[in-house]
Ligand binder design. Structure first.
Ligand SMILES: Nc1ncnc2c1ncn2[C@@H]1O[C@H](COP(=O)(O)OP(=O)(O)OP(=O)(O)O)[C@@H](O)[C@H]1O
Ligand SMILES: [Mg+2]
Length: 248
């Protein structure tokens, strides 16, 4: 089975699981409500068990949510939009929390960038995923994150640069593997999602990172579409060919 069909099947399965899970969660919550006013020891035990079950359902929901955000990128809707504006929105959203952790976010935007065919929601998610990674890398000792946009020939480039600890070679080599994570509660779908979003835009992702030298993640978007390869809304019958190079 080719990877695209497999991804579609897995996405469908994950989606199908969502409804029974929400029914389960609702029924468990109702049951809990019925038991919680009962003063008996048996009722207390039931409530404890139900709390445990509710927690498990919640964590299943999170796993599914992460997976669906990763898998859903084939339904992309492109409209002319400003990459700078997306970056500014994400910076404004993440700024206060980062500042509280001693992390400074600076933007260096090329104001001459043309509008690009973007799915703004998905690109926002990609930039946010990168910013979250940078923030997590800087969590312990603070530092700086630079958000850069510039033009490079026929491409618009967006970089997220942090002066955190950087990645060991083995981490760098596996960073785009779905479910690979070095974090205690990481899903390992952040960078694979970013890559899928960029590929759906006819672009690509590159990473430069070394221990002690921070991390630079570069998103490359084609200016004026991907030579006809970018899938537009409603164009569900076709899949994008993988972009040449497919760099990290
Ligand atoms: N800016 C960075 N600095 C250092 N290491 C990084 C950075 N970005 C990613 N990594 C490494 O790459 C791994 C994979 O990143 P990815 O975003 O895919 O998953 P995650 O951050 O672990 O989990 P999730 O994003 O799903 O919460 C991370 O666990 C981390 O080891
Ligand atoms: Mg991440």
């Amino acid at each position: 089975m080719d990877p695209a069909t497999l991804a579609q099947l897995a996405g469908g399965l994950a989606h199908e699981l969502k409804n029974p899970l929400s029914t389960l969660s609702l029924q468990l919550a109702l049951l809990r409500e019925q038991w919680q006013d009962d003063p008996g020891a048996k009722a207390r035990r039931a409530v404890r068990i139900l709390d445990g079950l509710l927690q498990q359902v919640e964590s299943l929901n999170e796993i599914l949510g992460d997976f669906l955000r990763f898998a859903r990128t084939d339904r992309i809707e492109l409209e002319p939009a400003s990459l700078n504006q997306v970056v500014q929105q994400v910076a404004a959203f993440a700024g206060p929390e980062a500042a509280a952790c001693n992390i400074g976010i600076r933007s260096y935007l090329d104001l001459d960038l043309p509008l690009l065919p973007l799915d703004v929601g998905r690109v926002r998610q990609a930039v946010l995923n990168l910013l979250i990674n940078a923030r997590q890398a800087l969590e312990h000792k603070g530092g700086h994150v630079s958000l850069i946009t510039r033009r490079d020939g026929n491409e618009a480039v967006m970089e997220v640069v942090d002066d955190g600890p950087g990645m060991a070679l083995e981490t760098l080599q596996r960073a785009f593997e779905p479910y690979f994570s070095t974090k205690k509660s990481g899903s390992g779908l952040g960078l694979p999602t970013v890559r899928r979003i960029l590929e759906a835009h006819g672009g690509r992702v590159e990473v430069e990172s070394a221990p002690g030298h921070g991390t630079r993640v570069r998103l490359r978007f084609p200016i004026g579409g991907a030579g006809g390869h970018v899938k537009m809304a409603g164009d569900d019958a076709q899949r994008d060919p993988p972009p040449g190079g497919g760099g990290r």
